[in-house]
Design a protein around this ligand. Structure first.
Ligand code: GLA
Length: 509
């Protein structure tokens, strides 16, 4: 049974952002002719979090010959590490995050581990008895019951989220200026309503257990009022563990209290992220743990969209609606690369039967406009998210969008495919480098996307007989060219650039 978050690719950034650093403790045991043992417990201080708390990391290592195994913990998570020691040089990996790139690489120097953790240099010293991550008492999750549907998210939620671009650098002023830009750019009027603050807003619980925001968000209620005054809705972030992924306080043991706080602030959307819950719960209790917050949100009486974030563990698509969930992540975190984007959408293919009005599969937020894919790739990203009825949460800087980014995010014909009231999730059929996704639409038409996964331009052919329209096409429209196209002899062909897409809306006779 897996207790940990799988494959955390953003770890290094997060360790830096959240302020974690590595550590170990060391027992100097001479290994004949081959350096010294790295076995033991090590500690490295992290940065001071935005709530004044000190992040730190603890590394516990065992060494057998040249092989290293152990655990790495910080305030946000605990994961298994594996690696090798060659003389005094070591390389440590977190296999569930990345088997190719070490999480910590360096040398044993004068009884300390000197190394690089991503771009950051870290010195880990032998840990003392007081160097540990606080443990919490186990609270039994509640018995299962069905949380009634909140009636929200009849089409996939649309909006903006702070994490992909800003990570730990989000604050009140940025959210306000983003709210202004959501209006002036036309995003709000195109349907992007939720403005979601992700991790790192949290303060430190007070004596009564209330969780305030930290200095970056001086008055959350006033911020919610501002966001609402713009015709937008406010989202926030927490999790079922003691800590969030970035090491801030999360809702463990305070679920009802936090739900009341969020409701009192005027929050309209909660993303609830597993992270350090893995240090408390086994993942056979995912459902009751998520139910606990679902019921707490329901008890507030405020309509709050409930977004589950546990990376698709435990077939969440089968029980997400039972806990009051409106959407749930199906994969690990997206990155702003072609491979990650395609990987995420393909991984959630088996969840297709479970999407529908009020409950959506979520292959993660959009990276469109963040700069590491081409415009063709971003058009494919937008098309695929629409075809699979994904939530559309932009993750770029709306205040400074290029015209190309604007044209992609604001393509109303593509948004309409995503927001189609039938709420079907397309599935792909592969033919060489071309992958065809067909999404049935309300009213009997279909959206068809042909994605070119290959390195060169290719000819895509859409056959009317494949579209479940009785074989006869009445009208077809290219949703990126914004023009009608003609099927001839029962087919339509077009050249699709490498990593590009042909996206059609087709109606039968
Ligand atoms: C996890 C989530 C991300 C983001 C970060 C914040 O990695 O999957 O989407 O919320 O935590 O720490």
């Amino acid at each position: 049974m897996m207790h940990e978050k799988p494959n955390r690719r953003r770890t290094l950034a997060k360790l830096a952002a959240g302020g974690a650093a590595l550590l170990f403790c060391l027992v100097f045991t001479a290994v004949p002719g081959d350096g010294q043992s790295l076995a033991g417990r090590w500690v490295a201080p992290g940065r001071t979090l935005d709530n004044g708390e000190q992040q730190k990391s603890i590394l516990e290592i065992k060494q057998t010959g040249n092989e290293l195994t152990g655990t790495l913990k910080n305030l946000g998570f605990s994961v298994e590490v594996k690696g090798t020691a060659t003389g005094n040089h070591f390389e440590l990996f977190v296999p569930q995050w990345n088997r190719e790139r070490p999480v910590f690489v360096g040398d044993l120097v004068n009884g300390e581990l000197h190394g690089m953790e991503g771009p950051r240099s870290v010195v880990a010293k032998p840990a003392g008895p007081g160097d540990d991550i606080p443990t919490v008492a186990y609270i039994e999750p509640p018995p299962l019951h069905t949380v009634p549907s909140n009636g929200l998210a009849r089409t996939p939620p649309m909006g903006w989220n702070s994490w992909n671009l800003f990570a730990g650098r989000i604050d009140d002023q940025t959210v306000r200026t983003m709210a202004d830009a959501m209006v002036s750019s036309g995003m709000r009027d195109a349907g992007y309503i939720y403005l979601n603050i992700d991790d790192t807003w949290e303060g430190v619980r007070d004596a009564q257990g209330n969780l305030p925001s930290n200095h970056k968000f001086p008055d959350m209620k006033a911020l919610a009022d501002y966001v609402h005054s713009k015709g937008l809705k406010l989202g926030i972030y927490s999790g079922p563990g003691p800590r969030t992924c970035a090491g801030y306080p999360a809702s463990y043991g305070h679920e009802a209290q936090d739900a009341q706080t969020f409701a009192a602030w005027g929050v309209d959307y909660l993303k609830y992220d597993w992270c350090s819950a893995a240090s408390v719960y086994k993942n056979d209790v995912l459902q009751p743990v998520y139910q606990k917050m679902g019921a707490a949100l329901e008890a507030t009486g405020r309509p709050i969209v409930y977004s589950l974030c546990e990376y698709g563990m435990g077939s969440v698509e089968k029980w997400g609606p039972e806990v009051g969930g409106n959407l749930w992540r199906t994969t690990d975190d997206i990155r702003d690369t072609w491979a990650s984007m395609i990987d995420n959408v393909e991984k959630q293919v088996p969840t297709a039967p479970y999407a529908g009005p009020g409950h959506w599969n979520d292959p993660d937020m959009l990276e469109i406009g963040n700069g590491h894919m081409t415009d063709d790739e971003y058009r494919t990203h937008m098309s695929l998210w629409a075809l699979v009825a994904s939530p559309l949460l932009a993750g770029n800087d709306i205040r400074t969008m290029t015209d190309a980014t604007r044209a992609i995010l604001l393509n109303k014909e593509v948004i309409a495919i995503d927001q189609d009231p039938l709420g079907k999730q397309a599935s792909p059929v592969k033919n060489g480098d071309l992958e065809t996704w067909i999404k049935p639409l309300a009213g009997g038409g279909v959206a068809v996307g042909v994605v070119n996964l290959g390195p060169a331009a290719a000819q895509a052919t859409v056959k009317a007989s494949d579209l479940n329209l009785g074989g006869a096409v009445k009208q077809a429209r290219d949703l990126w060219a914004h023009q009608e196209v003609q099927f001839k002899d029962g087919a339509y062909s077009a050249t699709v650039p490498s990593h590009g897409v042909l996206l059609l809306k087709v109606n039968g006779k």
